[in-house]
Design a protein around this ligand. Structure first.
Ligand SMILES: Cc1cc2nc3c(=O)[nH]c(=O)nc-3n(C[C@H](O)[C@H](O)[C@H](O)COP(=O)(O)OP(=O)(O)OC[C@H]3O[C@@H](n4cnc5c(N)ncnc54)[C@H](O)[C@@H]3O)c2cc1C
Length: 128
């Protein structure tokens, strides 16, 4: 479930093996952040807490820091708001019906951080 509990009593699941609230998030951040919540539920013996964090991952690929936060859908539109892919440095937003669902950056860590915080404040998860 959304707190890492499984159908097996005394067993919780996090990280790459887990599907939480219908979503898989196979990234380091997810594995680390969800573990604490699952541990509290394991100790309580029931779901007392669910994951509420905005999905986020980063990766360094060929000299580019790639960061994505939120949960884009297949029908979302993407718009570059800073920089350009040609320059290997940009910030882009994914949108659906006027609402931002995710932010993506390449080599733009500071603008990305601001956009990620704004998305979290706006309840990015609720938007998807
Ligand atoms: C090549 C590669 C690059 C990646 N790059 C990124 C990245 O840039 N950014 C990012 O966010 N994520 C990245 N990931 C994904 C990230 O590594 C995983 O999401 C994360 O490690 C998942 O953590 P985990 O604890 O669920 O699983 P794991 O880190 O896989 O840990 C599972 C552990 O269980 C052990 N194990 C397995 N079976 C048994 C058993 N039967 N008994 C005992 N132990 C067992 C394994 O040896 C392993 O140590 C990358 C993954 C790969 C493969």
């Amino acid at each position: 479930d959304a707190g890492g509990m499984t159908a097996v009593p005394g067993v919780v699941a996090v990280g790459d093996v887990a599907r939480s609230a219908g979503h898989r998030a196979e990234h380091w951040t997810s594995a680390m952040e969800t573990a604490a919540v699952a541990a509290r539920n394991l100790l309580a013996g029931t779901t007392v807490e669910t994951y509420s964090g905005l999905p986020y991952f980063w990766s360094d690929q060929y000299g580019i820091r790639i960061q994505l936060a939120g949960r884009r859908g297949s029908g979302d539109t993407v718009r570059v708001v800073e920089g350009s892919p040609e320059d290997r440095s940009f910030l882009a937003v994914y949108e659906r019906e006027g609402t931002t669902t995710a932010v993506l950056a390449a080599n733009r860590p500071r603008p990305f951080l601001r956009a990620r915080r704004e998305l979290a404040r706006a309840g990015g998860l609720a938007a998807v």
